[in-house]
Design a protein around this ligand. Structure first.
Ligand SMILES: Nc1ncnc2c1ncn2[C@@H]1O[C@H](COP(=O)(O)OP(=O)(O)OP(=O)(O)O)[C@@H](O)[C@H]1O
Ligand SMILES: [Mg+2]
Length: 272
């Protein structure tokens, strides 16, 4: 992976993000996503994962957030001034944290909303709907159910399925594991893997669940208070002593390192 991101599908170069004109949240974040990769963006609560994804998909403005420095390129083209719709047209789709289904619509209607920008006709859309049901058999069973009454896992599947209906090249997936039982988390990540391998979808996914994310990712970045503190091949990160201690909950025995142990110790959520 070249340091300047040349040749990467997505390249985020030293971006700074400020909310409400004063709250500096990202302090120079750089990352690269190679075509065909599954890249994990890891870090604790409030580290800036969602902000990074929204900076890429240009959903920040709705939250009074601004990219004030740096650049973002996709296939070598600057995308930091594009609208979310222009990005969807290029195959860059974000699946938001918290699933965000249209609760009053059925599962199938939700899936079809993902195809709204497509101009290739009903038959193609129907074929893709079948493909989504192939990956998510459970959604076929629930196709007529009102999304608001389906389970958390089914809503996460619906949200990913809806993204698939837009024929994505790059999916920005925010906390797919959130609020789901371990078995379901595994199921969702298995499908991510299938989509990556068989549909050629590249993923940049934000996760607090470092253990699972590193098992499925090819590469990872660890964010701390708006900065990347570590990055590397997922298999290397999973073996890194600091990552094991602070993010995977495996203490190496009295080791004091990374940046500030006390700072990490407060994050009980991480050590569970
Ligand atoms: N609209 C907003 N206005 C002001 N500050 C915000 C806004 N959204 C997020 N922040 C702040 O930006 C920081 C990063 O938040 P962000 O949601 O990107 O973190 P995260 O890594 O996704 O966390 P989590 O794992 O809890 O989802 C936090 O300190 C948060 O309070
Ligand atoms: Mg988040």
């Amino acid at each position: 992976m070249s340091a300047d991101g040349n040749g990467a599908l997505l390249s985020v170069n030293n971006i700074e993000v400020i909310y409400d004109h004063v709250i500096l949240v990202l302090k120079g974040v750089s990352l690269q996503v190679e075509e065909g990769g599954v890249v994990a963006l890891l870090g604790a609560n409030g580290a800036g994962k969602t902000t990074t994804l929204k900076a890429i998909s240009n959903l920040l403005r709705a939250e009074r957030g601004d990219v004030t420095k740096g650049t973002i390129t996709y296939r070598g083209e600057r995308i930091d001034r594009m609208t979310p719709t222009e990005l969807v047209g290029r195959g860059v789709i974000q699946v938001m944290e918290g699933r965000h289904c249209f609760e009053h619509l059925t599962v199938e209607e939700n899936l079809l909303t993902g195809a709204y920008t497509r101009r290739d006709g009903r038959a193609a859309v129907q074929a893709d709907l079948e493909k989504v049901y192939g990956y998510f058999p459970r959604l076929r069973e629930r196709r007529g159910s009102q999304a608001g009454y389906t389970s958390g896992g089914e809503q996460q599947m619906t949200a990913i399925g809806r993204a698939l209906m837009a024929r994505p090249k790059l999916i920005l997936l925010d906390e797919p594991s959130m609020g789901l039982a371990p078995q379901l988390v595994e199921e969702i990540f298995e499908i991510v893997k299938q989509l990556n391998e068989h549909e050629g979808v590249t993923f940049l996914l934000a996760e607090q669940n470092t253990t699972v994310a590193l098992r499925y990712a090819t590469y990872g970045y660890i964010l701390e208070t708006g900065r990347v503190v570590l990055d590397g091949a997922a298999s290397v990160l999973a073996q890194n002593e600091d990552v094991k201690e602070f993010y995977l909950g495996m203490s190496a025995g009295g080791r004091k390192s990374f940046r500030d142990v006390k700072h990490y110790r407060r994050r009980k959520r991480w050590l569970a």
